[in-house]
Design a protein around this ligand. Structure first.
Ligand code: NAD
Ligand code: ZN
Length: 306
């Protein structure tokens, strides 16, 4: 709690208590305290040599689907080791507020759900989901098993939802195998995979509807954002009376437009970020600190001990 602006924390608590429709927009910063490597840091070895701009594109997938698939399998394996932090947990607790609570996130890491949030709109997709690359209309598969060490006990509920389709099983199996190869062989893993350890013939897994490759259900560079999620995000931002902007630099559009739309419609704007952003001047309240300490202090004040 040291170094926290108690007055700002108290104001945000009061605002949340009185809000009829509180909404948050989150970005990479809320997951920083969980140790989620950003795109540009903390990666080493063979896979780390690739730049996201080179692999997270439709062109890269068309040119070398196996390479892109394995890069995501490796990232899923890394993420599976991480847990949600106090910031995610506090936001999950905010769902008990009289006005409820919805999170619009630019993150693909699934940590809000792992922290217990139910009302999450993912505007950049989810690394824990895969879908048909030909968009044939076959369902998307959620890879819950790979989605972190849950610290809430809704796992059983999720298990029931889980799709036990053969395609999903193929994804689980390939993730485990890629993770094992990377752990054992480091840099040499990809050569092993492409030279045909038996795995390459089966990767990427194919859509059970049309036979096209499955792909991660994330928004790649140059792609449109999922329309339904974006529409819901804008609708919510228009009707919100309180809008929290947490751990995002607020420069990537269209997500960055959401707080602007909310403010224009009269919402009170709160920024939680250790660094100033282009939005800071427009914010009504600013907590200049990491999201974990800030949000857990707010939750505690509200008696929601997260
Ligand atoms: P960004 O990297 O542009 O900004 C991160 C922000 O978080 C910065 O303003 C920084 O000051 C702040 N921050 C750092 N530590 C923090 C902490 N402890 N608490 C609160 N804030 C903290 O990230 P962005 O705005 O999300 O946009 C970058 C794009 O990269 C997004 O499209 C996102 O989808 C993608 N991305 C996602 C992940 C993920 O899923 N976790 C990780 C990296 C990048
Ligand atoms: Zn298909």
């Amino acid at each position: 709690m040291h170094g926290l602006d108690d007055q700002a924390v108290a104001r945000v608590s009061e605002l949340l208590k009185g809000s009829t429709q509180p909404v948050a927009l989150t970005g990479a910063g809320i997951s920083a305290e969980s140790g989620v490597p950003t795109f540009r840091s903390g990666e080493s070895g063979f896979w780390g040599r690739f730049r996201p701009e080179d692999l997270a594109t439709p062109e890269a997938f068309a040119a070398d689907p196996l390479l892109v698939w394995c890069w995501y399998a490796w990232r899923r394996a890394q993420l599976a080791e991480l847990s949600p932090n106090d910031g995610h947990r506090a936001m999950a607790a905010f769902e008990q507020l009289p006005g409820g609570f919805t999170v619009i996130t630019q993150n693909v890491d699934g940590l809000h759900q792992a922290g217990g949030s139910h009302n999450v709109i993912e505007v950049h997709g989810s690394i824990a989901a895969v879908r048909c690359s030909a968009d044939c209309g076959a369902r998307r598969y959620l890879l819950h098993e790979h989605n972190h060490k849950h610290d809430h006990n809704h796992d059983r509920e999720r298990d029931r939802e889980r799709d036990r389709d053969a395609s999903a099983e193929a994804v689980f199996a390939s993730d485990r195998e890629v993770a094992r190869l990377v752990a054992e062989q480091g840099d040499a893993a990809f050569a092993t995979i492409s030279e045909g350890s038996g795995l390459s013939g089966r990767l990427p897994p194919q859509c059970s509807g049309c036979g096209a490759y499955l792909r991660p259900d994330v928004v790649w560079f140059g792609e449109q954002l999922p329309l339904e999620a974006v529409n819901r995000a804008f609708e919510l931002s228009e009707s919100a009376d309180l809008f929290l902007v947490v751990g995002t630099s607020s420069v990537v559009y269209p997500a960055a437009a959401l707080p602007e739309v909310a403010a224009e419609r009269g919402a009170v704007l709160v920024e939680i970020n250790p660094e100033p952003t282009p939005l800071s001047d427009r914010a009504d309240v600013v907590i200049r600190s990491g999201s974990g300490p800030a949000l857990s202090a707010v939750a505690q004040r509200l008696g929601l001990g997260a």
